[in-house]
Design a protein around this ligand. Structure first.
Ligand code: NAD
Ligand code: 89Y
Length: 339
């Protein structure tokens, strides 16, 4: 299976490492408008075909899928070009800049008969996945309350300076993953109430968001995110979980410790992710999930299955982002059917 990658920036390095480790997959071409980044990635990963223009790369072809690792403004034109070129697609989050673009991208891939997966990797983190599996196996009965929490003071702006510049920040960039985990755990959402705040005066968007979700299946969850939390231990990039069910409780605590209490017993497991050979702490958690989601994409293509985080699935996560901003702006609960 041959692939091409567009966007050789901060995060793409992880994706290129992960592709190199997947059996039977080769990245044969890369593209970036920035010549320095393009050549650095090409030299590091030994990729000869290099393009500054994605359309020229699509015209030359010779690959089965494209991995779009650019930021959101370029996603729609690149996904549409990929669909036109007849290749399968992985696209980074945030999937789009608005719902209309997101829906158009899903429609373009469907019309071309190609697989479109969003690189929504947090639900694939091994610690989070251990919690999802335990919950789905009925370990604590039927859940009725959940808290999905990400609070940190880590300097994300150093590696990703654009995060400090946008009008929107934490919900669109990070909350999107945490909302997606809430969906993976508790199902679709009927209504959301959100409040946001900017604590760091040096950025333009919000760096704190607290969201209350009413899930269709009856769970109430709190999704809280902060990049203004100065605390020891610094837990970046761990997502913490508190889930109460009819038969017990599940907690994913700091240090990747998963505790399940049910039937009078308490079991604590270490679900820490491995540090892959090319990974480094504290990013190893995210980096491992990149390898897992890319393997999932390849497995789905080989078996003719729809990826768990397909473009169509991600419309519901992206709708939560839009609904959260609307709720915070208008100071009201937003029903998802409004979007
Ligand atoms: P970046 O700005 O460092 O890199 C993006 C690169 O894309 C740049 O080098 C830019 O020149 C190139 N580019 C943009 N538009 C292009 C176009 N039309 N054609 C060719 N090249 C183009 O950004 P980043 O920090 O690497 O983030 C990329 C995406 O990855 C973002 O959407 C971000 O949210 C996402 N991200 C995801 C995770 C995750 O865990 N899933 C983590 C970090 C970042
Ligand atoms: O861009 C973000 C992401 O997707 O994961 C963490 C991050 O790099 C900073 O918030």
């Amino acid at each position: 299976m041959k692939g091409a990658l567009i966007g050789c920036g901060f995060f793409a390095r992880n994706q290129l490492h992960a592709w190199r480790d997947i059996d039977g997959v080769e990245i044969v071409a890369i593209c970036d408008r920035d010549a320095g980044r393009l050549n650095e990635a090409g030299d590091q990963f030994g990729i000869e075909r290099r393009y500054s223009d994605a359309n020229a790369m699509f015209a030359d072809g010779g690959f089965d899928f494209v991995d779009i690792a650019t930021t959101a403004p370029s996603h729609r034109p690149l996904v549409e070009a990929a669909a036109k070129a007849g290749v399968h697609i992985i696209c980074q989050k945030p999937f789009a800049e608005n719902m209309a673009d997101a829906r158009a991208m899903v429609a373009a891939a469907e019309a071309a008969g190609k697989v479109l997966m969003v690189h929504e990797n947090f639900r694939w983190q091994s610690a989070v996945r251990a919690a999802i599996d335990a919950l789905r196996s009925g370990a604590i009965g039927t859940p009725f309350f959940g808290r999905v929490s990400f609070r940190s003071g880590y300097d994300v702006y150093a590696g990703q300076p654009y995060l400090a510049e946008g009008k929107r920040f934490i919900i669109e960039d990070l909350g999107i993953h945490i909302l997606d985990i809430a969906r993976a755990l508790f199902g679709e959402v009927s209504a959301i109430t959100a409040s946001t705040k900017r604590v760091n005066p040096k950025i333009n968007g919000e760096d704190v968001a607290t969201m209350l979700l009413a899930h269709q299946g009856g769970v109430t969850s709190v999704v809280d995110c902060s990049y203004a939390t100065k605390r020891d231990p610094e837990t970046f990039p761990q997502t913490l979980l508190e889930i109460d069910g009819t038969q017990g409780t599940l907690r994913l605590d700091v240090g990747y410790r998963l505790t399940i209490q049910a039937g009078g017993k308490s079991e604590t497991r270490d679900v820490a992710p491995p540090v892959l050979p090319w990974a480094e702490r504290p990013w190893h958690n995210i980096q491992e999930s990149v390898a897992i989601i890319q393997q999932h994409f390849v497995d789905c293509l080989r078996k003719g299955r729809v990826p768990e985080t397909s473009g169509a699935d991600n419309l519901n996560t992206f709708a939560l982002v839009e609904a959260a901003y609307l709720s915070a702006a208008e100071g009201r609960t937003v029903k998802l059917e409004e979007l």
